[in-house]
Design a protein around this ligand. Structure first.
Ligand SMILES: C[S@@+](CC[C@H](N)C(=O)[O-])C[C@H]1O[C@@H](n2cnc3c(N)ncnc32)[C@H](O)[C@@H]1O
Length: 242
C-alpha cells in the first residue's frame, strides 16, 4: 500500500472541508447537476454494466441514482471524506455501499475478492487531486477492480501541458492539483489495455466566469471519457515474414 502526505491530508481534513464548503447549511441535492451530466453520458454511450464502483464519490448521489433506476445491481463508493460517507450511508442506507479511503488505499482494493469485479468504474474529477507519489498505485487499483471488457468513466482536466496549481483552500500551500496533457485517461490509454469508447471535450464556462483566474486558459478545458478495457483485444499482431 502506498501513502502520501497529500492523500493523508484529504483523508484527515480536506475531504471533509470540501464536503462542508459545498453543503454546509444546505441539503445536498438528490442528484447534483454535474452528476446528472455523467448519468446522461453513460446512458447515451449505451454501455452494459451491472456492478459499479465510484472512487471519490462524495456522498454517493450518482451511485444511488444508478441503483434506483435499476441500471446496476451493486453500487460501491470510496471517498476520502468521512463526513460525506456518513451522510451518504444515512441517506441511502443499503442501496449503496460507501467506505472511506483513497484510490491508492481502500477497503475495496484490499479485498482480493474484488479483483476484476466491477464492469463500470467512475472517477469524476479526482485523479488530478491525487499525489504524484500515489498516482500509479491509484491507476493500478482502478485497473485491478475493473473486469475484462468493462468501462472506465473519467472526468478530468484536459490541458495542453503538465501544470500544477495550489489548492487555494489549503492555507499552508501543501496540496496541489496536477493536470496532465490528454487528461489522466492518457495514463490508461498508454498501457495498450484501454481504448476510447466515447468522449466529450468541453470548456468550463462557469469556472472561466468566476473571480478565480489563472495564467493558463487550457486549465478550463475538460474531458469526459469512457474507456473500454481489454488485456487482449486492442493489439494487432505482426507476424514473422517467410
Ligand atoms: C474536487 S472533488 C470532485 C468531485 C467528486 N468526485 C464528487 O463527486 O463530488 C474531489 C473529491 O475527491 C476526493 N478525493 C481527493 N483525493 C482523493 C483520493 N486520493 N482518493 C479518493 N478520493 C479523493 C475528495 O474528498 C473530493 O470528494
Amino acid at each position: 500500500m502506498r501513502t502520501s502526505a497529500q492523500d493523508g491530508r484529504y483523508l484527515a481534513s480536506e475531504g471533509d472541508a470540501f464536503f462542508r464548503r459545498n453543503f454546509e447549511g444546505k441539503e445536498p441535492p438528490e442528484l447534483r447537476p454535474n452528476k446528472a451530466v455523467i448519468l446522461e453520458a453513460i446512458q447515451s454511450a449505451r454501455i452494459a454494466f451491472r456492478r459499479v464502483l465510484e472512487y471519490g464519490c462524495n456522498y454517493g448521489d450518482l451511485l444511488a441514482r444508478l441503483r434506483d433506476l435499476a441500471l446496476a445491481d451493486e453500487c460501491r463508493g470510496i471517498e476520502a471524506s468521512s463526513a460525506a460517507v456518513a451522510f451518504g450511508r444515512e441517506r441511502y442506507g443499503d442501496r449503496i455501499v460507501l467506505d472511506q479511503g483513497t484510490i491508492a488505499d481502500n477497503p475495496v482494493n484490499s479485498d482480493e475478492g474484488n479483483a476484476n469485479r466491477f464492469d463500470l468504474v467512475i472517477v469524476d474529477d479526482v485523479l488530478s487531486w491525487v499525489s504524484r507519489e500515489t498516482i500509479l498505485q491509484s491507476a493500478a487499483n482502478i485497473d485491478s477492480a475493473l473486469a475484462e471488457g468493462g468501462f472506465l468513466f473519467i472526468r478530468d482536466f484536459f490541458p495542453d501541458r503538465k501544470v500544477k496549481n495550489i489548492n487555494h483552500h489549503v492555507a499552508d500551500g501543501s496540496v496541489f492539483n496536477f493536470k496532465v496533457p490528454g487528461s489522466h485517461a492518457a495514463v490508461f490509454l498508454a498501457t495498450g489495455m484501454y481504448e476510447i469508447h466515447w468522449q466529450k471535450i468541453w470548456y468550463d464556462d462557469i469556472g472561466m466566469s468566476t473571480d478565480y483566474k489563472c495564467d493558463n486558459p487550457f486549465n478550463y478545458r475538460w474531458t469526459d471519457a469512457i474507456l473500454r478495457k481489454s488485456h487482449r483485444d486492442w493489439f494487432s499482431e505482426s507476424r514473422k515474414t517467410p
